[in-house]
Design a binder for this molecule. Structure first.
Ligand code: CA
Length: 305
């Protein structure tokens, strides 16, 4: 069913690999799909397209693209469902996904679901921004998803190892940090500022974790707005949590233009979007699923225990 075709124009991808990176574009709006196909083909990517969600899942399983650009609104199953199905298959579970979202619907749902979304872009989008996002996501993927392209922190594969390590060692504990309000912040101040904030938060987490205990601690990036830290269990954990809470809230003012922060409003009179930091202890011992990434996401999103 639906429209689904593959085009393989373009030889040399703009990424620094020899074989062209393969992008799967999932979008039912013909004009947008054609524009994206032409654009990324012209940059040297190999591009495939699906207009229906279920076709996209089947095609992705078959061709194993390097990246999926995924619209939320599709005629059959929606983009969230497509992403969930990709995550549930070994052939596509680590494939980076960039969501195309509508501005009004917000992307908080993305972090609420266990999708492990790499990134998102809001329609109507700037094609240069999408290109930038695609390139970042592919860089990350070419490093086998070991390091996050924006913050340089270790990502899911290494976090999986840490979950196993903490589960085996009762003398270790895991702390989760979730930033809220970033989509609204990005709408207000742009994606470059958004990325600066993510880098600053990563730096604060790394420095605070190390300074609190005078030892190098593991700091990883689970999803775009979710981080984890491995500390010694017991009192040390709470020392780190207390310090993080203090540092992050102190630093928040520096993320905004000075005048906006002072006034509490932007130049157009609207209230500045507030960032929040949820810092919590994660009960890794309660995880049952192998890998534990989804259990970890649930533990970070659910009510505090
Ligand atoms: Ca659509």
């Amino acid at each position: 069913m639906g429209l689904s075709n593959e085009s393989t124009q373009g030889a040399a991808a703009e990424d620094d690999r020899d074989d062209p990176c393969h992008i799967l574009i999932v979008e039912d709006e013909v004009s947008t799909a054609e524009m994206l196909t032409a654009y990324f083909s012209s940059l040297g990517y190999q591009v495939s397209h699906a207009g229906w969600g279920q076709d996209a899942v089947n095609l992705a399983t078959r061709i194993q693209p390097d990246l999926v650009v995924l619209d939320i609104h599709l005629p059959d199953i929606d983009g969230y469902e497509v992403c969930m199905q990709l995550r549930n298959q070994p052939r596509t579970e680590h494939t980076p996904v960039i969501f195309l979202t509508e501005r009004r619907e917000r992307v908080d749902r993305l972090t609420g679901l266990e999708l492990g979304a790499v990134d998102y872009i809001t329609k109507p989008f700037d094609v240069q921004e999408l290109r930038f996002r695609v390139r970042n996501a592919l860089r990350r993927s070419s490093r086998e998803t070991l390091l996050h392209p924006i913050t340089g922190l270790p990502t899911t594969l290494l976090i999986e190892e840490e979950i196993a390590r903490v589960a085996r060692h009762p003398e270790l504990a895991m702390i989760g940090v979730t930033i809220s309000g970033m989509p609204e912040f990005s709408d207000a101040y742009g994606f470059l500022t958004h990325d600066d904030v993510l880098r600053a938060v990563a730096l604060i987490l790394r420095n605070t974790a190390t300074e609190s205990l005078g030892a190098e601690l593991f700091v990883g990036q689970l999803d775009l707005y979710q981080y984890v830290i491995v500390t010694p269990a017991g009192q040390d954990t709470f020392v780190v949590i207390g310090r993080l809470d203090e540092r992050l809230n102190e630093a928040a003012s520096f993320f905004y233009p000075h005048r906006d922060w002072e006034r509490g409003t932007r130049s157009d009179g609207t209230e500045i979007p507030r960032l929040g930091f949820d810092i919590r202890l994660v009960d890794v011992a309660s995880f049952t699923a192998p890998g534990g990434l989804n259990a970890l996401r649930q533990a970070l999103m659910g009510p505090r225990v």
